[in-house]
Design a protein around this ligand. Structure first.
Ligand SMILES: Cc1ncc(COP(=O)(O)O)c(C=O)c1O
Length: 397
């Protein structure tokens, strides 16, 4: 039988099933290693451990076979030398920034990054003497201008939330390389099925594994992927600070990933149908989906993505009251944050994500009253569309 690393075929569906698996006593699936600590056979093994970390796990914060299996599987899917898993996407984001930046350093971030990432960069990171510049998404001249002598990294997302803007990853990576800084792409909304930022020149990819990778709305996790060299400070950071994803979650991630290709293929297809349905609906003013030619970044999306993902954002043709009526009329789409699972989830960002902001600030951020974000699920597309049709019946305009 092939060792797990030898099983990489480069075919996503095969690698999703086989890569990383660590069988034990003839088991087909990787067992859940719930041990927080690991026994040394004798002092020879203790001395050997000092030489080679890989030979033994020692202690759960440093290593765990179930976690390693999940990391190896994800690394194979992303085409990365190493994956460092965390207990949430935000742990992955914060560990990446804090382990690679230090006092008096600077980073550049695009302005429509996930709100907690932006909040961390603008409110928490300055406490460590690290400064930042926030640049408009899609303005590559501004991005390049923002780089200073002490800049360490550029952070961008693609696609972004909720407008699904697409960063030209190759261009971001080119600018970063020219100035000797790292390019970090949060590709949570795309997944390695639809977009492979490392192949396009990015140094690091981040995922909230909570979303499509685990894929069942039952796990929190985060991942950072790249070369062994670039990820080394992040790996060491986790050994010291924790942020460890537990073995049960790792197992659920492994299990979810086995159907990753099937899920993504179906999700891409359903989302395209839903986006087309919405863009032809008289009660819908505008649809944002990178798979539609009307999307401002459709050409970049076509250049760098295999599929366009399963989040569809739209504006209903009405005001706040219409949006609330629309949401309340739905029966199948669940009113819940997050994305990437089998259940279609729908959010009204103004009241469900940005409720702490004033209306004025929300509008500055583009979070208008009639904006809706849909995370398309695995249900029959006809049922999703029928439910949206039902909801739109409540819009009086
Ligand atoms: C693009 C993006 N990055 C990171 C995160 C944080 O991930 P988590 O919720 O797993 O901490 C999210 C969460 O929604 C996200 O959308």
């Amino acid at each position: 039988m092939l060792e797990s690393k030898e099983r990489i075929t480069g075919h996503l569906d095969t690698d999703a099933v086989h890569c990383g698996e660590k069988t034990w006593l003839g088991s087909v699936t990787t067992p859940i290693a719930f041990s927080s600590t690991f026994v040394f056979k004798d002092m020879n093994e203790v001395l050997a451990y000092g030489q080679s970390q890989a030979a033994h796990y020692e202690y759960g914060r440093y290593g765990n076979p179930t976690r390693e299996a999940a990391e190896e599987k994800l690394a194979a899917l992303e085409g990365a030398e190493r994956c460092v898993l965390f207990d949430s996407g935000m742990s992955a984001v914060t560990a990446t920034i804090l382990s690679l930046c230090e006092q008096n350093k600077h980073l550049v971030i695009t302005d429509d990054a996930y709100k907690q990432t932006l909040s961390f960069v603008t409110k928490v990171v300055p406490r460590f003497g690290i400064s930042s510049t926030v640049v408009p998404m899609g303005n590559y001249a501004a991005l390049e201008d923002a780089i200073r002598d002490n800049t360490v990294m550029i952070i961008s997302e693609s696609p972004t939330n909720p407008y699904l803007n697409i960063a030209d990853v190759a261009e971001v990576a080119r600018i970063a390389r020219k100035h000797g800084v790292l390019s970090v792409i949060d590709a949570t909304f795309a997944t390695p099925y639809n977009q492979r930022p490392l192949e396009q020149g990015a140094d690091l990819v981040i995922h909230s594994a909570t979303k499509y990778l685990a894929g069942h709305n039952d796990v929190l996790g985060g991942a950072v992927l790249g070369t062994t060299e670039v990820t080394e400070p992040i790996y060491q950071w986790r050994r010291v600070t924790g942020g460890i994803v537990d073995p049960m979650s790792c197992y659920l991630l492994i299990r979810g990933l086995k159907t990753f290709g099937l899920r993504m293929e179906r999700l891409n297809r359903t989302a395209q149908c839903v986006a087309e349905f919405l863009s032809n609906h008289p009660k819908v003013r505008r649809v944002y989906y990178p798979g539609l030619s009307s999307h401002p970044h459709h050409d970049v999306a076509r250049k760098q993505m295999r599929g366009f993902g399963a989040v569809v954002t739209f504006e209903i043709d009405g005001g706040l009251e219409d949006a609330l009526q629309f949401m309340d009329r739905l029966k199948l789409c669940l009113l819940a944050p997050s994305l990437g699972g089998p259940e279609t989830l729908i959010t009204h960002p103004a009241t469900m994500s940005y409720y702490k902001e004033t209306r004025e600030r929300r509008y500055e951020l583009g979070i208008i009253d009639e904006l809706i974000r849909l995370s398309v699920g695995l249900e029959d597309p006809k049922d999703i569309i029928a439910d949206l049709e039902r909801g739109l019946g409540a819009v009086t305009g």
